[in-house]
Design a protein. Structure first.
Lengths: 321, 316
């Protein structure tokens, strides 16, 4: 008895290993081979920005009658390459990707190109010659718009601190470049403080504290994104300088919109990830139809301040269904 | 697996990893015709190649009764060192420097564990964090690819083939043959098993257990170094953030391959099968369009099931 049990143990072990997989079977969506399926690979699947982007992609794809296959990468470049290879093996008609790195995942673009599958970058771009189209934000223009808004609010005169993004990230370099370009046109505006580093609320707080100590008469703080802006806002409020110093952000995430509504952050730039996702699908659809497209397609950005924040907040509210 | 069992005629015992892999493949192949396409099978081999090299190194350490959490950081370290050296001194120097960086980390781990007698979990947890810090310092946190990228011949190594098989796949294949010979055919290999199985007994029978243990970490570091160089070729750059959580995947693969975390047990080719199980699982879930949140649940469940199987087996 025990001997015969022994003989089957390896099989039992194998079954034990595979059992967990079997309860996933109901999670498989139904397949229809004739339907157009597009593949999606985003850097993270637990970040509100990319969750929003995927939501937009799915919504637009459903309207077109397309299926969406997603692969996850969790900020692991090799995993993103592998995922895109899987999408290619699956035979998708096109791929939407937000590459983790501008160089590191170029093998993913090569895999798609080798199978003649168009691969469109969303938000982040790649240096790969095989990138079909890049759906990007007009970074320099965003920087210019923030600067014009700030200069207008300052009446062309005042002291500014710049809390910039990571020095290596082209996006934030380009935004800051646009910002500086405009500010040089205003001789009475001085940039008195400049730092670069990671995009965290903690750093925004610390750097703004330092900027306010070094320059008690500071008028404005440029924060490279909303997290930095929310940190800087805390420093301004703690120093009781809400009436004198205003903070600008970028991204338009919900907490920042609420801060704009409360008057604690002066303005932010809305880069709606849902719209970004929808635009990505439209670009892919146009490409598959054979339309001629520019290698870079820009997504529209909107300046959000007290004048239009209610509208932006209303859009953020979960749709009634 | 112990030597005494190998004499039996049809030895199914200990073949759970292979059976699991075959069943997994059959089930996936039945659910989607794409799974067995030549393109997908090639993908699986390439996707498994780097982790297979890391898992072989991890097998040395685990068989020797140890543990190494630092391999992920070592992969990033050696990849970045390889990239930086390559941009200055050429491909050959870059590859050597990358592997040497891995050996250095492994040697440091081995000395701390074997000579200073720090618990391997803590020692390698420390080096995991330390080495990652060093990587950020030497690279400034930015990817290493130079102005015009890494040498094109090196990038070609990451994506071209020899006799129809990717170079990246040849590496673990050749290493598997060579290292299996080392582990199973040499007295040194038997000393590793003896030390991991029962350190006291090995010591009393004249094995220099401390050097043996330290050497397993050097192997692990060297193989992580090779994996780091392969990854740099695949990513066309040295990436300071690369390799995060690879230590956990490697340990899971080795345990899936039937090695015992108590030491003294484990087989190189079965660890490679463990890697295949992890990769095929991910591949099939992607092909079958399973939501990424569910994929995490599935991978976690498989790891737990493997550990439970390990316990069941050791109880028998």
């Amino acid at each position: 008895m025990s001997k015969s049990l022994l003989k089957f143990r390896p099989l039992a072990l194998a079954t034990a290993l595979l059992l967990p997989a079997s309860f996933l079977l109901p999670a498989f969506p139904a397949h229809t081979e004739d339907k157009v399926t597009i593949g999606v690979s985003l850097p993270q699947d637990d970040n509100p920005f990319y969750i929003g982007m995927l939501k937009g992609i799915r919504a637009r794809a459903t309207e077109l009658g397309w299926d969406v296959a997603t692969v996850s990468s969790n900020e692991d470049k090799l995993k993103q390459i592998n995922g895109v290879q899987d999408l290619v093996a699956k035979g998708v008609k096109g791929i939407l990707i937000s590459p983790i790195d501008a160089v590191g995942v170029n093998a993913a673009y090569d895999a798609a190109a080798a199978a003649k599958i168009p691969i469109v970058s969303l938000a982040r771009g790649s240096t790969s010659p095989n990138q079909t189209i890049h759906v990007a934000m007009d970074e320099v223009q965003v920087g210019r718009d923030i600067a014009e808004w700030t200069a207008k609010k300052l009446d062309g005169k005042g002291k500014i601190a710049m809390i910039m993004g990571p020095s290596g990230a082209p996006t934030f370099r380009n935004v800051a470049q646009g910002y500086n370009e405009v500010m040089t046109k205003y001789p009475l505006i001085q940039i008195v403080f400049k730092t670069d580093g990671p995009l965290t609320r903690e750093r925004g707080l610390k750097n703004a504290e330092d900027a306010l100590v070094a320059n008690p008469d500071l008028n404005a703080i440029y924060a490279a994104n909303d997290d930095l802006a929310l940190g800087a806002m805390q420093a301004v409020l703690a120093a009781n300088k809400g009436g004198q110093t205003f903070v600008t952000g970028m991204n338009g995430v919900p907490p920042a919109l609420r801060a704009v509504k409360d008057g604690n952050v002066a303005m932010t730039v809305e880069l709606n990830p849902v719209i970004w996702g929808r635009l990505g699908v439209d670009v892919l659809a146009a490409y598959l139809k054979g339309d001629k497209l520019e290698p870079r397609v820009f997504i529209k950005h909107v300046i959000i301040d007290s004048s239009n924040v209610d509208e932006a907040l209303a859009k953020m509210a979960p749709p009634k269904s | 697996m112990t030597v005494s069992k190998t004499g039996r005629k049809l030895n199914w015992s200990g073949q759970a990893p292979l059976i699991t892999l075959v069943v997994l493949c059959v089930v996936t192949a039945l659910l989607t015709s794409r799974f067995l396409s030549p393109l997908n099978l090639t993908n699986i081999l390439v996707q498994s190649s780097i982790m297979a090299v890391i898992a072989m190194g991890m097998t040395f350490v685990i068989v020797g009764g140890g543990f190494d959490l630092s391999v992920g950081s070592t992969v990033a370290f050696s990849g970045c060192i390889a990239g930086m050296a390559m941009l200055k001194f050429g491909i050959f120097a870059g590859v050597v420097a990358g592997i040497a960086a891995g050996v250095a980390v492994g040697l440091a781990n081995g000395l701390v564990v074997a000579m200073l007698r720090v618990n391997p979990f803590i020692a390698t947890l420390g080096s995991m964090v330390l080495v990652r810090g060093v990587v950020y310092i030497i690279t400034g946190g930015a990817p290493v690819s130079g102005e015009d990228g890494l040498p094109s011949a090196f990038i070609a190594f990451g994506n071209s083939r020899l006799f129809g098989v990717h170079y990246l796949v040849w590496v673990p294949a050749l290493l598997l043959v060579a290292l299996s010979a080392l582990l199973y055919l040499t007295p040194y290999g038997r000393r590793i098993y003896a030390t991991g199985g029962n350190k006291e007994a090995a010591y009393l029978s004249g094995v220099a257990v401390d050097s043996v243990i330290a050497s397993t970490y050097v192997w692990c570091g060297a193989l992580a170094g090779i994996a780091g160089v392969m990854l740099a070729a695949r990513l066309q750059s040295g990436q300071p953030t690369a390799g995060e959580f690879y230590e956990l995947t490697a340990i899971a693969a080795v345990v899936l391959g039937g090695a015992s975390l108590q030491g003294g047990e484990g087989t190189l080719y079965k660890s490679v099968i463990g890697v295949f199980i992890m990769i095929v699982l991910g591949n099939s879930l992607n092909l079958l369009n399973v939501d990424s949140y569910w994929q995490r649940v599935a991978v976690g469940a498989v790891i737990i099931a493997a550990a439970a199987a390990d316990r069941l087996r050791s109880r028998a």
